[in-house]
Design a binder for this molecule. Structure first.
Ligand code: ADP
Ligand code: ASP
Ligand code: MG
Length: 407
């Protein structure tokens, strides 16, 4: 029998009625002859609610205890989901991350999956049960509960599909697939029938939260066929595929935005070798991911060094930098929490020049100031003031993708 891994996100299991509806959908697939491993997220809003509770106690909550707390959201939904299946007469069994044994490293809040033991899942499938696995969580080698990072249930699902050699991994969500930009903020956004793994990695890493970035990296590395589609309809969604020649025609396949970053600037750092290492070493030791970095040397022998980190990490990053600043004789630290990163992504950029120039021109015409720029082979990102995000996304979508035609 073909094995399918299906993942249902928070909005798909937001209420008891929706859980019942999804359980019927899953039973339908089982009756159609598939073996099923279903990964569920916490009910919509639950992870945020739990996080807010932790912050009522502590400004920077202990990472280990925070993971114990956040993982409880998915514990509730696997139990309810499995109950709903049993109620329909469909045998089922729920598993938490440590019960399957989804083994991760010990980087709380952003743990990486190292190994998945398939023994219990295969036994359960053999017994005719639908296996329901808690997304977003794992266990480290010392039995600590870990979480994979926000949106991490996608990664749980793709990793399970890879380790179990599933026929496909279906990501069920509240939109019909991957669109040219977030359909929530741009009415002209169009569904893509397929998208290359590399483009999806760039879109995910620049804020298109329809898929979590590590899930796409996993899918690419293990060649997992991933199908992103809607929980609430049966229409074909978007397939992640290997890049092929036909894709070169498309210059830009997507526009993304991310309001989840904060800009930190170290002012007038002495311009000498080793200082960047002194600044970023302790940040890396704290497992904080730095995204963009720019350095502007001035004539007086000092430089301003600006970088961005995620909002979730910025208080820890700031407290580290505030310790480093006096030690390296920097003149101060500035923080800007009101920024957004807007990006255009497309494999066509490999062979076409001028995309960056056009992007800057389109933003200039709207009077949007660009504060930082970064590029990769198939992506250009700019940091702008957060208040211009929607405007920038719409004008860039209009300029590069337009309103008409098929993608
Ligand atoms: P889930 O709870 O199912 O994991 P998410 O909220 O994480 O769902 O992801 C789906 C949301 O991603 C959509 O509702 C949409 O607003 C947003 N999104 C952002 N960019 C895109 C895009 N390019 N294509 C589709 N959805 C996108
Ligand atoms: N519940 C987690 C979150 O809200 C994981 C997920 O939904 O994928 O980030
Ligand atoms: Mg998600």
């Amino acid at each position: 029998m073909t094995l399918l891994v299906q993942k249902y996100g928070g909005t798909s299991v937001a209420t008891i009625d929706r859980i019942k509806l999804v359980a019927e959908k899953v039973r339908g697939a089982k009756q159609a002859g598939y073996d099923l491993v279903v990964v569920v997220s916490a009910m919509a809003g639950e992870t945020n609610r739990l996080l807010a509770l932790a912050h009522e106690i502590s400004e920077i909550p202990d990472e280990r205890e925070k993971d114990v707390l956040l993982a409880s959201g998915e514990q509730v939904s696997v139990a309810l989901f499995s109950l709903a299946l049993k109620e329909l007469g469909q045998p089922s069994r729920s598993f938490l991350g440590h019960q399957v044994r989804i083994e991760t490293d010990n980087a709380y809040g952003k743990a990486r999956i190292r190994n998945i033991d398939s023994t219990k899942i295969l036994q359960s499938l053999q017994a005719g049960e639908v296996v329901v696995v808690a997304g977003f969580q794992g266990v480290d080698e010392d039995e600590n509960i870990t979480t994979l990072g926000r949106g991490g249930s996608d990664t749980s699902a793709v990793a399970l599909a890879a380790f179990l050699n599933a026929g496909a991994c279906e990501i069920y969500t509240d939109v019909e697939g991957v669109f040219t930009t977030d359909p929530g903020i741009c009415a002209d956004a169009r569904k893509l029938a397929r998208i290359s793994y590399d483009e999806m990695i760039e879109l995910a890493s620049t804020g298109a939260k329809v898929l979590e970035i590590r899930s796409v990296e996993f899918a690419k590395n293990f060649a997992v066929p991933v199908h992103v589609r809607s929980t609430f309809s049966n229409v074909e969604g978007t397939w992640l595929v290997r890049e092929d020649e036909t894709m070169e025609d498309v210059l830009v396949s997507g526009v993304s935005y991310d309001k989840n970053e904060v800009k930190i600037t170290l002012l007038r750092v002495p311009d000498r070798p080793g200082l960047a290492a002194q600044i970023f070493g302790p940040i890396a030791d704290a497992h904080i991911v730095v995204d963009m970095i720019i350095q502007n040397a001035s004539a007086d022998g000092t430089t301003d060094l600006t970088f961005t980190v995620s909002k979730g990490d910025y208080k820890r990053a700031l407290s580290i930098v505030e310790k480093t600043a006096p030690a390296i004789a920097a003149k101060g630290v500035n923080v800007d929490t009101d920024i957004a990163k807007v990006s255009v992504v497309g494999v066509g950029m490999r062979t076409h020049a001028g995309v960056a120039a056009k992007m800057f021109q389109v933003l200039a015409e709207e009077g949007v100031n660009i504060e930082m720029i970064s590029t990769s082979e198939i992506k250009i990102s700019v940091v702008i003031a957060a208040k211009y995000t929607e405007l920038a996304v719409r004008v860039l979508h209009d300029a590069f993708i337009g309103k008409q035609g098929t993608v």
